[in-house]
Ligand binder design. Structure first.
Ligand code: PEP
Length: 248
């Protein structure tokens, strides 16, 4: 049985003082959660504070990105060891906003995945199609390719600590959610490609999330689908509603 995971991607929201307020609101609501992994992914500048504030609870902290080099002359980048040392357990990689606005490629995502694993960080690897790609009927081909490249050279024993987040780009921040069936179809295809890359036993242990306008109303039905093991949540992770999503 795969353990459910609900992660909040705060994106470029919340100053440290606002982060404190949000965490203090959510902590009593989700801090004792035993059946689901609850992860907050705040901006880099909030991470140290977030780690401090969730001490003694079951909430984990993740970053929203990292670079794939160890250290050095990479102005503006953050290294995996910095995240690990700061207390992060997870790191979101290959989010469609990183791919779209910052030109991140599948190959770079793969380098980041390998580096994250090397440093004991659990990658949440985002994949998903644009609306025109869905309309062209190439969603599965595209997502299979994204997963295959992201997981290149990942060992079976490390793959089980990776999380794949299926996030159709047309559903992110738009209020337009994939239907339960659409989300399940692609999450099932992701598990199938994971079984091809590794084996069925490994694929059955890897958690696959859905992301894209998940909210307190639609979460329970999405998470009830057999291949959906939780969600990556953007907008709704910035309010107390996030607790309802975790309960779902
Ligand atoms: C996201 O950015 O990962 C996301 C799923 O955003 P939203 O929930 O706002 O659609």
């Amino acid at each position: 049985m795969r353990r459910r995971i609900v992660a909040g991607n705060w994106k470029m929201n919340k100053t440290p003082s606002e982060a404190r307020e949000l965490i203090e609101t959510l902590k009593p609501l989700v801090g004792d959660e035993k059946d689901v992994d609850v992860v907050f992914c705040p901006p880099f500048v909030d991470i140290a504070l977030a780690v401090e504030l969730v001490k003694g609870t079951n909430i984990k902290i993740g970053a929203q990105n990292m670079y794939y080099e160890e250290k050095g002359a990479y102005t503006g980048e953050v290294a995996p060891e910095m995240l690990k040392d700061a207390g992060c357990e997870y790191v979101i990689l290959g989010h469609s906003e990183r791919r779209g606005y910052f030109g991140e490629t599948n190959e770079q995502v793969n380098k980041k995945v390998l580096k994250a694993i090397e440093h004991g960080l659990k990658p949440i690897i985002c994949v998903g199609e644009k609306l025109e790609q869905r309309e062209q009927g190439i969603t599965e081909d595209l997502v299979r390719m994204q997963v295959k490249i992201a997981m290149k050279d990942v060992k079976k024993e490390d793959a089980v600590n990776c999380v794949i987040a299926y996030e159709p780009i047309w559903a992110i921040g738009t209020g337009r959610t994939a239907t339960n069936e659409q989300a399940e179809e692609v999450c099932g295809a992701i598990r199938k490609v994971l079984a091809e890359i590794f084996d069925q036993e490994t694929a059955d242990q890897i958690r696959v999330q859905y992301g894209g306008s998940v909210n307190a109303k639609n979460a329970a039905d999405l998470f009830a689908m057999p291949d959906i093991d939780g969600g990556l949540v953007g907008g709704a992770s910035l309010k107390a509603d996030f607790a309802d999503i975790v309960k779902a």
